[in-house]
Ligand binder design. Sequence first.
Ligand SMILES: O=C(O)CCC(=O)C(=O)O
Ligand SMILES: [Fe+2]
Length: 334
Amino acid sequence: MEVERVQAIASRSNNLGIIPPEFIRSEHEQPGITTFNGPVPELPVIDLANPDQNQLTREMVEASSEWGIFQLVNHGIPEEVVKEMQRVGKEFFELAPQDEKEKIAKKPGMKEGYGTKLHREPEGKKTWVDFLYHNIWPQQILDYSVWPQSPPEYRKAHEEYSKYLVPLVHRLFEHLSIGLGLEKNVLKEASGGENQKFLLKINYYPPCPRPDLALGVAAHSDMSTLTLLVPNEVQGLQVLQDNHWVDAKYIPNAIIVHIGDQFEILSNGKYKSVWHRSTVNKDQTRMSWPVFCEPPEDLVIGPLPQLVSNENPAKYKTKKFKDYEYCKLNKIPQ
Ligand SMILES: O=C(O)CCC(=O)C(=O)O
Ligand SMILES: [Fe+2]
């Protein structure tokens, strides 16, 4: 069956000024009702150019324990590398003919490919987004058959981005290991070492005539160890803070780092995976590029033994990453 993409639904809805009922979230989720209106602090800012490495570690630990999310500035990824990745992704969504996109459509059971969320959520609602998933690292697992063929610079732009992103992630892992009182390589090794996967997702949120009623991505925490995200210039990320959905205010060119479930588990709860969702915009297309750092599927993940004792027992089960994923995707208790 041909799936109707949100991009097509959006063109129609924008002419009519209304959205199909399956995109209208229930009241307890509607951003128009549930977004916190009071003053909101900016996401914690971590300056990677800070020469005081101990202070950097302390700030990162505090942000990871209290917020589960922070923004990185002076992260070392050149602006033009990020801009080029954003350009080619936008061109794929906006200029590639639809049949070319459908050639790399995600097949059921596969993680990679172009798509639209097919199965409805428990309340029968849909989200206002099309997406593309593919791995960008390590090289030996890349499947170029699910990468866009156009624009022609697509592949080069992502090779360039991963060249900077991978060492940056490893640097964050070191600080977060030291912050747990461990050797700097512990979190990297526990997450699969050089076999850890970097799964890119491009979210494409077309303009929506009723951004007060719809959501781009519904509330969730990421399954990753860490997620590193770059947004376009349109704001829309929200995080749950003290039971309120607050707009995540970020600085242009910053990279947003989310603590994912696997780091919450490995740290035995010291680092908190962040609940977040995304809203959509009435007039502008919002896009975001999260990279989910994920352990190999057969790797067993649980609280690090060094962090577990009689006084501080394990708060999470130990299981293969693929079993964690299966439970989470099928909403089975872990
Ligand atoms: O678009 C965003 O800012 C968030 C997207 C997100 O949370 C996700 O795709 O997991
Ligand atoms: Fe997410």
